[in-house]
Design a protein around this ligand. Structure first.
Ligand code: NAG
Ligand code: NAG
Ligand code: NAG
Ligand code: NAG
Ligand code: NAG
Ligand code: NAG
Length: 642
C-alpha cells in the first residue's frame, strides 16, 4: 500500500510547492518506507507529485518515478496477473515502462484492461499535458479528489487531510473508469473537464444507459468549474471479469442438494449435497480458483529467508508476514485454511480478532432494549440484522463474551485441527470505550470520510483496531502483549456480496423471487467500491499495511459470476446454510466443521462495537461522532480557552 498525491494549481499566485503538513503526514503513514516529492512547472499550471511507499516486494522503488521525456507516475497497486512482473522486479517500474511506451490513448486502455489486481494511479503524460488517474474495477484502492473553488486547484490523494474544513468536501474518485484532464486547456478555459474512459458496460443491451449512469454518478457534487464528460474518442476499458450469469432454474431441480431439508442444518446435510457429482466438481473448482487467489496474495511479499537450523522452531523465532481479519466466521475460516496451504510452514499466521469490551451493565441494558424492539415487530435495518449467536440467548457466559471472540476461539481450534504444526497466533484485540472515543477523534474519523454513516463509523473503527494488530496472545493461560508485524492483511470482503450473504438478499428473494436476487447481487458488486473498499483501504493502509481481498480476485469473481445462482446459494434453506452455500460446501471439503454452519454476522455486532455508544441509531443515519472539528473551530476553541 502506498500513499500517492498530486496537487495541481492553475494560477501562479496560488501555486504551492509543498503539500499541507497534515495531508503529508497522513500519506506518510500509508507509505513509511520512502517519501519523495516532485514539482512540474508549466507556463499555465503547476503539479506537486508526492509519493510514499510501503515496500512489499522487488527492489524498493521510490515514487514518483520520472522518465527522460518528463512523464511522471504514481502507483498504489499490485499487479497480481495479466502483465508479467518477475519476482525481483518492481511493478511500479514495469507499469511505468508500459505507460511511457504507449503511443495512443487506446494503448493506455489496453494496458489498464489487462492488469489484474488492485490499483489506483496518477500519471502525468508530458507530451499532451494530460493528467490520467483512476481506480481499478472494484475500487480496491482508495483515491480521493478535491476541487477548490477559491484558488481553482485540483488535488488527488489516497487519503484526505486531518481537517478537511467544511466547505471543501473531499470525494472518492468513482471507480467508473479512468479519467483524464487536459491541464493546458483547463488552465486556458479556467474550467476543469474530466474526460471519463469508462469500463465497458457489462450488459450490451443497456450500454448507453449504463454509461450515462456512470457519468451522472461521477458528476454528482462537483463544483461549477468542474465537469465530467465522456471521452471524445468514445474509448472503453475492457471489463476484467465475466458478466453475471442470470439464468434462472427452469424446472424444479432434482439434485442431492434439493434433498437438504429445513431440519436443523448439520455438516451431514452439507455432505449429502456433496454426493452430487456436478456440485462436488463445482465446489472443487471454486476451491482451486480461490486457492490460487490466496496464494498470490500471501506469496507476493518479501520474506526473511533465514531457515531455522534443523527445523527446530522456538516460539517467537519467526515473525508472521500475513495476518487475517478473523471473526471465526466462514469467510475468514476458509481464507485462513487456504493461506495455511501456501505460507511457509515455519511462519506463524496472525489471526486478528477484535472485541469491543463493554461493562456488564451496558450489555444487559442494550439487550433489554433490543428485546423490546423485537416485540414491536420493528424490522431492523438490513445491515443491523444480527446472527442468532449475537442474540446470545441464555447462557451467562455469552452475556459477557463478545460473539466474534467466541466464534474466533472455536475457529482457532478448528484450524489447529486442520494443521497442528502451524503456529496460529490468535490475537485478542480488546478495545475499551475510552480508547475507541479517543482514537476515533485523533486517528480514524478522517480516514472513514468522506463516508459518514453510523455503519461506516462502526466498521471503519472496528477494521482500524483489528488491522492495527495490537493485542494479546493467550497461550496456556499465559497472557502476553503482542504486536502483529504482518504487512499484509487478508480480509474476506466480497463473499457476502457475491454469495447472497446479507439478510437483504434473503428479503429480496422472499419478496420478489430469484430474478430479483440476481439483480441484487449484480447491484451489490457494482457498488462495493463506494460502500466499502475505499474506506477499508484508507483505514488499513493507515497502519502501513496492505489490505488484500481474495474474494475479489478477478478470476474468483469471474468464476462465481459464471455460475447460476442456485449453485451459489439457496435461500429457501434456513440461515446458516442457505446463504453462501457453495462456500459452506467448500469449507466441508477443506475439513472445517462447525464454522461451516455459522450464519452471517455483521462485524459491528460480532465485535459489539454497535453496542458501545448510542444503540438507538440506524445504520444509515449520518454519524455525528465522525464529524471533524475544522481548523477554524479549533483555533476558536483555543482563543476561548486562553
Ligand atoms: C525498479 O525495478 C527495476 C527493474 O527490476 C530496476 O531496474 C530499478 O532499479 C528499480 N528501481 C529502483 C528505484 O529500485
Ligand atoms: C435494461 O433496461 C431496462 C429498462 O430500464 C430494464 O428493464 C432491463 O432489465 C435492463 N436490462 C439489463 C440486462 O440490465
Ligand atoms: C435424496 O436422498 C435420498 C436418500 O439419501 C436418495 O435416495 C435420493 O436419490 C436423493 N434424491 C436426489 C434427487 O438426489
Ligand atoms: C433449495 O432447497 C429446497 C429445500 O431443500 C429444495 O426443495 C430446492 O430444490 C432447492 N433448490 C435448488 C435450486 O437446489
Ligand atoms: C478481553 O476482554 C474479554 C471480555 O471482557 C475478556 O474475557 C478477556 O480476558 C480480555 N482479554 C485480555 C487479553 O485482556
Ligand atoms: C449459466 O448457467 C447455466 C446453468 O448452469 C449454464 O448452462 C450456462 O452455460 C451459464 N452461462 C454462462 C455464460 O456461463
Amino acid at each position: 500500500m502506498c500513499g500517492i498525491c498530486c496537487f495541481v494549481s492553475f494560477s501562479v499566485e496560488h501555486c504551492r510547492k509543498d503539500l499541507k503538513e497534515d495531508l503529508l503526514c497522513n500519506l506518510k503513514r500509508r507509505g513509511p518506507d520512502s517519501s519523495k516529492q516532485l514539482l512540474k512547472c508549466d507556463m499555465n499550471y503547476q503539479c506537486v507529485f508526492s509519493g510514499h511507499v510501503l515496500h512489499l516486494r522487488g527492489v524498493l522503488t521510490a515514487q514518483p518515478v520520472e522518465d527522460e521525456r518528463g512523464n511522471v507516475f504514481l502507483w498504489n497497486g499490485e499487479v497480481f496477473s495479466g502483465i508479467k512482473v518477475e519476482e525481483i522486479e518492481n511493478d511500479t517500474q514495469i507499469m511505468f515502462n508500459y505507460l511511457s511506451s504507449c503511443k495512443s490513448e487506446s494503448d493506455i486502455m489496453s494496458l489498464f484492461s489487462e492488469v489484474q489486481g488492485p490499483w489506483s494511479f496518477i500519471y502525468y503524460q508530458a507530451s499532451s499535458h494530460s493528467l490520467w488517474f483512476g481506480r481499478d474495477f472494484f475500487g480496491r484502492r482508495s483515491l480521493l479528489w478535491h476541487f477548490n473553488d477559491v484558488d481553482k486547484s485540483v488535488c488527488l490523494s489516497s487519503v484526505g487531510p486531518q481537517t478537511p474544513g467544511v466547505a471543501n468536501q473531499w470525494q472518492e474518485v468513482p471507480a467508473s473508469g479512468i479519467f483524464r484532464i487536459d491541464l493546458q486547456s483547463a488552465a486556458m478555459a479556467k474550467h476543469v473537464r474530466l474526460q471519463l474512459y469508462p469500463w465497458e458496460c457489462i450488459s450490451r443491451e443497456n450500454a448507453t444507459e449504463e454509461c450515462d449512469k456512470s457519468l451522472t454518478h461521477a458528476s454528482a457534487d462537483l463544483p461549477m468549474f468542474v465537469s465530467v464528460v465522456a471521452n471524445e474518442a468514445k474509448l472503453h476499458l475492457g471489463t476484467p471479469v465475466s458478466p453475471l450469469n442470470m439464468t434462472l432454474p427452469q424446472a424444479p431441480l432434482a439434485t442431492h442438494c434439493s434433498n437438504i431439508s429445513s431440519v436443523p442444518p448439520s455438516r451431514e446435510t452439507l455432505q449429502v449435497c456433496l454426493t452430487d457429482g456436478h456440485m462436488k466438481e463445482v465446489v472443487e473448482k471454486f476451491i482451486d480458483v480461490l486457492s490460487v487467489a490466496v496464494k498470490r496474495r500471501v506469496l507476493c511479499l518479501q520474506r526473511d529467508e533465514n531457515p531455522v537450523p534443523n527445523g527446530v522452531l522456538k516460539t517467537g523465532d519467526r515473525k508472521a508476514n500475513v495476518a487475517i481479519l478473523f471473526s471465526g466466521g466462514i469467510d475468514s475460516m476458509v481464507i485462513a485454511t487456504l493461506a495455511d496451504r501456501h505460507i511457509p510452514l515455519g511462519e506463524p499466521i496472525d489471526l486478528l480478532n477484535v472485541a469491543f469490551v463493554t461493562k456488564e451493565k451496558t450489555v444487559l441494558s442494550s439487550r433489554n432494549k433490543r428485546t423490546r424492539k423485537q416485540k414491536n415487530h420493528e424490522m431492523p435495518p438490513e445491515e443491523f440484522s444480527e446472527g442468532t449467536a449475537a442474540r446470545g440467548a441464555g447462557s451467562p457466559d455469552e452475556n459477557y463474551s463478545v460473539p466474534d471472540r467466541v466464534t474466533g476461539k472455536a475457529g482457532l481450534k478448528e484450524l489447529q485441527a486442520v494443521n497442528p504444526s502451524r503456529m496460529w497466533n490468535f490475537v485478542e484485540i480488546n478495545v475499551s470505550l475510552e480508547e475507541l472515543q479517543q482514537l476515533r477523534r485523533t486517528q480514524i474519523s478522517h480516514l472513514v470520510q468522506p463516508l459518514d454513516t453510523v455503519l461506516d463509523d462502526s466498521i471503519g473503527c472496528a477494521v482500524w483496531f483489528a488491522s492495527r494488530g495490537t493485542g494479546w496472545l493467550v497461550t496456556q493461560g499465559e497472557v502476553k502483549p503482542y504486536q502483529s508485524s504482518a504487512k499484509v492483511v487478508l480480509t474476506g470482503i466480497g463473499a457476502d456480496e457475491q454469495l447472497a450473504g446479507y439478510s437483504r438478499h434473503r428479503v429480496r428473494f422472499q419478496t420478489r423471487g430469484p430474478e430479483a436476487l440476481n439483480r441484487e447481487i449484480a447491484m451489490e458488486l457494482g457498488r462495493i467500491s463506494s460502500r466499502n473498499l475505499g474506506r477499508d483501504d484508507r483505514v488499513i493502509g493507515d497502519h502501513g499495511k496492505e489490505a488484500r481481498f481474495p474474494f475479489l480476485d478477478e478470476n474468483v469473481v469471474s468464476f462465481l459470476n459464471s455460475l447460476p445462482i442456485w449453485e451459489k446459494a439457496n435461500l429457501t434453506l434456513p440461515r446458516g446454510i442457505g446463504e453462501k452455500l457453495i462456500l459452506r460446501l467448500a469449507a466441508v471439503e477443506l475439513g472445517l466443521t462447525a464454522s461451516a454452519l455459522l450464519p452471517k454476522r455483521a462485524m459491528q455486532f460480532g465485535s459489539r462495537i454497535a453496542k458501545m455508544e448510542n444503540s438507538n441509531e440506524k445504520a444509515s443515519d449520518k454519524c455525528g461522532r465522525l464529524r471533524i472539528i475544522s481548523l477554524e473551530n479549533l483555533s476558536l476553541e483555543k482563543e476561548v480557552k486562553s
